[in-house]
Design a protein around this ligand. Structure first.
Ligand SMILES: Nc1ncnc2c1ncn2[C@@H]1O[C@H](COP(=O)(O)OP(=O)(O)O)[C@@H](O)[C@H]1O
Ligand SMILES: [Mg+2]
Length: 277
C-alpha cells in the first residue's frame, strides 16, 4: 500500500513539475515575444526619428544654399556698384592727370602710367570676382550658353581641353535649377582642375522626356570611393545637396583608368519653366 502511495506521490509530483515547466515555457515565450514586439516598436520609432531629422537637415541645407545665393548676389552688386564706380572714377582722374601734367615731368608721367595699369587690373579683378559670386551670364545668356562660356573659360585658364554638349535648344530653365546646375558644374570643373590631373573634360546638359541630365567627366586619376561620402568632402556634399534640393539624384564615381564622372538628374518639372519645347 505504502509503495502505491509513493508511486502516486511521485506521479503527482511529476505532473506538478511538468505543469510548472509548461507554465515557465509559456511565460518565457510570452516574455520573449513581448520583448520582440517592444524592440520592433522602438526600432520603428528610431527609424522615424532618423527620417525626420534627415528631412530637417535637408530642408536646412536647402535654405542655407538659397540664403547663400542671395548674399552672394548682394555682395556682387555692392562690389560692382561701389568698387566698380570708385575705380572707374580713379581711372578717369588718372587719365585727366596724364593729359594735364606738364610734358617735361617724365617721372610723374611714368607714375601715372603705372597707377593706370594697376587700376585697370583692379577693375578687371572686381568684375571677375563679381561674376564668380553671381553668374550674371546665367541671366544674360541662359544656362546652356553660360555653361558653354564656362567651358571655354576653363580651357583657356587651365590648358585642359573642355567640350560642352547639349540638346536643350531654346528650353527656358527654372532660375533656381539653372543656378544649382551652374554651381554644380563650376565646382566639378574646379575639382577637375585641382585634383584630377586630367587632360580633358566633357560637360553634357541633356534633356530627356522626364528629366534634365547633367554630366561632368574628366580623364584624370579617378576619385577614391571613400572621399565621395566623406564628411570632409564639403564641396561634394554641397553639390549633392543642390541636386537633392531640386528633387534630383546625384552620383559620383569612376576609376583610375577612366577618370571621374559626375551625374546629376533633375525631374523636368523642376528644371524647366512651362511646357518643355
Ligand atoms: N575630379 C576629381 N578627380 C580626382 N579626385 C577628386 C575629384 N574631385 C574630387 N576629388 C577628391 O575628393 C576630395 C573632396 O572634394 P571636395 O569635396 O570638392 O573638396 P575640395 O575640393 O575642397 O578638396 C578632393 O580633395 C579630392 O581628393
Ligand atoms: Mg572641391
Amino acid at each position: 500500500m505504502s509503495g502505491l502511495t509513493a508511486v502516486h506521490r511521485a506521479e503527482s509530483r511529476r505532473r506538478e513539475d511538468e505543469g510548472l515547466v509548461r507554465a515557465l515555457r509559456t511565460h518565457q515565450v510570452d516574455a520573449i515575444v513581448g520583448d520582440r514586439d517592444v524592440m520592433l516598436v522602438r526600432l520603428r520609432e528610431a527609424e522615424d526619428n532618423l527620417k525626420s531629422s534627415r528631412n530637417q537637415l535637408r530642408a536646412l541645407a536647402a535654405s542655407l544654399l538659397s540664403v547663400r545665393e542671395e548674399e552672394r548676389t548682394a555682395i556682387a552688386r555692392e562690389l560692382h556698384d561701389e568698387f566698380g564706380q570708385a575705380l572707374t572714377s580713379l581711372q578717369l582722374g588718372l587719365s585727366w592727370l596724364s593729359r594735364n601734367a606738364p610734358a617735361g615731368q617724365r617721372p610723374l608721367h611714368a607714375k601715372i602710367r603705372s597707377l593706370t595699369i594697376t587700376t585697370t587690373s583692379l577693375i578687371q579683378s572686381v568684375r571677375t570676382i563679381a561674376s564668380e559670386l553671381r553668374p550674371g551670364v546665367l541671366d544674360e545668356l541662359g544656362l546652356a550658353d553660360a555653361l558653354k562660356a564656362a567651358a571655354r573659360e576653363f580651357a583657356h585658364d587651365t590648358g585642359i581641353r573642355c567640350v560642352f554638349k547639349t540638346n536643350t535648344g531654346k528650353v527656358r530653365f527654372d532660375r533656381r535649377a539653372a543656378i544649382a546646375v551652374f554651381r554644380i558644374v563650376q565646382a566639378a570643373l574646379t575639382n577637375a582642375a585641382r585634383h584630377a590631373h586630367a587632360s580633358s573634360v566633357v560637360i553634357t546638359l541633356m534633356r530627356s522626356k522626364t528629366g534634365l541630365n547633367v554630366t561632368v567627366m574628366d580623364n584624370g586619376k579617378g576619385i577614391a570611393r571613400k572621399l565621395i561620402d566623406s564628411q570632409t568632402s564639403i564641396g561634394i556634399a554641397g553639390m549633392r545637396e543642390r541636386a537633392f534640393s531640386l528633387g534630383g539624384t546625384f552620383t559620383l564615381g569612376g576609376s583610375s583608368s577612366k577618370g571621374t564622372i559626375l551625374t546629376v538628374r533633375i525631374p523636368l518639372s523642376r528644371a524647366v519653366i512651362g511646357k518643355a519645347v
